[in-house]
Design a protein around this ligand. Structure first.
Ligand code: ADP
Ligand code: MG
Length: 690
């Protein structure tokens, strides 16, 4: 809690500058890790120098020359003779530097050399003078800190040294000593000194590893605690899939299940058969067939006399789910209801009453509606579709809303996402969930061809699009993403629509879909498209999630540079569902290298897992899954791409520790517990376990 002013060398002015870096207390300062290092340990003979990298050369001053190059301007050249050649150090407009050098004196010059004709040069190298017989000192690795205007790197280093000297000794270790020993981790004080001023690369690596490990370990510990709490404090009905129930459900599916659907169902059956709530994330690329897996879980609950709820992020998708269920369950006794914002009040009241009285077995709806208003008589399972649209917050809110079952049992949870999640992210963000993955897609899927359509090629694309429509195919046209309001989006859709009916798609039957339309209008638009009454659907990215019309094989995306990779992939997923190959044209005018890379990646592969990894590399995890939106504090030093191996280790160790000491109640673990609660208590809604 000590304010930074207590550190030697920090007066009110510097304290103010540090404040801009959000450094107020000494411990903020100590944990301001360098963003990079200047490595002066790379010693070279002059013939071995390479351009560009930071290197250090030992030599003797042979010549010093100060030349005026204009009014108030000069250049100082110092010629250093090494064992096998010469190197010239150059300083611009620093005449006073001349006095530092005498002929015959030994020096180390560190910098990035460049060859000028035959001579190597370094501009403004860092210099170290050596006495005649003094051996060169071991190389240094200097920290580079994030700075703010008015604060210089050397000042920051001096402040940091002073802070370390005075305060590092007071830092408390969070890990028990045996733990550090057993896992090869450096103690905090040693690690903290070394991360700021390492003696060697090796020391730096050890120090960094300790802090990266700690950061990831605390997160994994929080997730393990969370999962433990869920297991211990909540009970769910054990819903066993007897052979008879299993056969009855499978008979409903009009196709053979894929191997990974069978696998996922087996995992769900095992979970739901236990009296702890299932907490499972089902991930599978667009079109991999997640819905039937969900239907299985719901029917299993219904078979036991429990209710099931399926929540979708949009009304369009909720309706589609309801229709699919109508088809699958046409001859069954399962009582179903659709619950969305668009119902007329009387019907809505009736549905709510039916759910409360237990007269409805299976509810499909938008998450907002189910979450806020519904009381279930006996809820057995909740399926949340397209989880990437939901945050942890919503997940938690839902849980409390549905925990109203009179027998005080929690429902089982199945969360589905079509945004494939790189393993490291899944382990971090969803570490409290078990994971099932659909790797294969249903047989007979056709390839989708992707084209980046530049301005000049638009006419050709529309000619092609029209030709395919004449062959009997259907297509989507997605208007540019505006995202300011439904009204603006609607205008944008309208504009695209007008330009098409009066232009390249004249004479075809076009429909419209956007957020400004009423539920009935939306439903009618989807129905017309599904039946083929309209050939083209001009829409906003609301079709992004889950919409399934197998005859639609054409996709045009306007303003492609404004969509994220996951969104583009979702959109393309709409057209890989039938017997005909798909064609996806992206109109794009990328203004940044990142957008360019994103579009190239999108064109290069249809593998959603690969794309998710690329997305992750381009944007980082925060953006990808809304890290902040999930309420998780950002990492200080860990990087999930780079540190995947340490993450694995941390996760394993966290699990082991929680098995031994589930409440972190042992006095040795008190500090760990405190860190877990301070950092993640709120975000993960952890009850104090102690
Ligand atoms: P998503 O995983 O994107 O939600 P869906 O569940 O909507 O995918 O399934 C996509 C399409 O594949 C649907 O038309 C569905 O009926 C069909 N489908 C799902 N599983 C199979 C299967 N095993 N064999 C054939 N078709 C399947
Ligand atoms: Mg789906």
């Amino acid at each position: 809690m000590t304010p930074v002013q207590y550190v030697k060398g920090i007066g009110p002015r510097v304290a103010e500058l540090l404040e801009k870096l959000e450094i107020r207390r000494v411990c903020d300062l100590l944990f301001l890790f360098p963003r990079d290092y200047e490595d002066l340990t790379d010693r070279r003979e002059i013939p071995d120098l390479e351009e560009g990298a930071l290197q250090t050369v030992l030599g003797t001053v042979e010549d010093v020359e100060l030349r005026n190059t204009g009014p108030g301007r000069c250049v100082l050249g110092v010629l250093l003779r090494g064992a096998n050649g010469h190197l010239r150090g150059l300083w611009f407009n620093q005449p006073f530097f001349r006095e530092r050098f005498t002929i015959g004196q030994r020096f180390l010059f560190s910098g990035k050399p460049k060859k000028n004709g035959l001579v190597w040069e370094m501009i403004h190298p860092r210099i170290t003078a050596l006495a005649d017989d003094e051996p060169p000192p071991p190389g240094e690795i200097l920290p580079i800190y994030p700075l703010t205007e008015g604060l210089l790197q050397w000042q920051m280093r001096r402040i940091m040294r002073a802070a370390l000297d005075a305060y590092a000794g007071f830092l408390e270790e969070v890990f028990p000593a045996e733990y550090l020993e057993a896992h090869g981790l450096w103690p905090i004080q040693q690690a903290l000194r070394a991360i700021h001023f390492p003696d060697s690369r090796k020391a730096l690596d050890c120090a960094r590893r300790r802090f990266i490990y700690q950061e990831l370990f605390i997160l994994q510990l929080a997730l393990a605690v969370k999962r433990h709490q869920q297991r211990t404090y909540s009970r769910a009905p054990a819903l066993v899939a007897t052979p008879k129930i299993d056969a009855r459900i499978r008979r409903l599916f009009p196709f053979e299940l894929t191997p990974s659907q069978r696998q996922a169902i087996a995992e769900i059956v095992a979970d739901m058969g236990r009296s702890e709530p299932m907490q499972r994330l089902l991930q599978g690329d667009v079109g991999s067939g997640k819905t039937v897996v969900a239907v299985y879980a719901m029917l299993l609950a219904v078979a036991h006399g429990y209710q099931a709820a399926l929540m979708a992020p949009t009304e369009v998708l909720a309706r589609q789910h309801a229709q699919n269920l109508d088809r699958l369950l046409a001859h069954s006794k399962v009582r179903r209801a659709l619950l969305t914002g668009g119902l007329v009040p009387a019907l809505r009241e009736a549905v709510l009453a039916g759910i409360k009285a237990g007269k409805i077995d299976l509810v499909v709806g938008t998450h907002a509606v189910i979450q806020e208003e519904v009381q279930f008589a006996k809820l057995g399972v909740v399926v949340i579709d397209e989880q990437h649209k939901f945050g942890v917050r919503q997940r938690a809110a839902l849980k409390s809303a549905s925990a109203t079952t009179p027998d005080a049992l929690q429902p089982h949870y199945l969360v589905m996402t079509a945004t494939p999640i790189p393993r490291t992210i899944a382990m971090s963000l969803f570490g409290d969930l078990e994971l099932s993955t659909l790797r294969d897609s249903p047989p007979g899927r056709q390839k989708v061809h992707t084209y980046l359509v530049r301005e000049a090629e638009r006419a050709r694309w529309w000619t092609f699009f029209a030709k395919k429509l004449r062959e009997g195919r259907q297509g989507y046209v997605v208007a540019p993403l505006v995202e300011e309001s439904d009204a603006i989006d609607a205008a944008s859709v309208q504009a695209v629509y007008e330009s098409l009916v009066n232009g390249p798609l004249e004479g075809f039957r076009l429909g419209l879909l956007h957020g400004r339309m009423s539920s009935e209008e939306k439903e009618a638009a989807m129905r017309d498209f599904r039946t083929g009454a309209t050939q083209v659907l001009v829409c906003t990215s609301v079709v992004e999630v889950g919409v399934d019309v197998p005859n639609a094989t054409l996709m045009t995306i306007e303003g492609g540079e404004r969509f994220g990779l996951a969104q583009l992939h979702q959109l393309r997923g709409r057209i890989s569902r039938g017997a005909h190959p798909g064609f996806c044209g992206v109109f794009a005018d990328p203004q940044t290298p990142e957008a360019e890379q994103r579009l190239k990646a999108f064109q290069s592969t249809t593998d959603g897992f690969r794309l998710a990894e690329i997305d992750f590399e381009l944007r980082g995890p925060g953006e990808l899954l809304g890290w902040r939106q999930h309420g998780l504090p950002p990492f200080r030093i860990a990087d999930l791409t780079r540190d995947a191996a340490i993450l694995d280790e941390a996760r394993r160790h966290a699990k082991e520790l929680i098995e031994l000491d589930p409440g972190l109640a042992h006095p040795d673990h008190a500090r760990l517990r405190r860190q877990v609660l301070t950092r993640y208590g709120r975000a993960l809604d952890l009850a104090d376990v102690g």
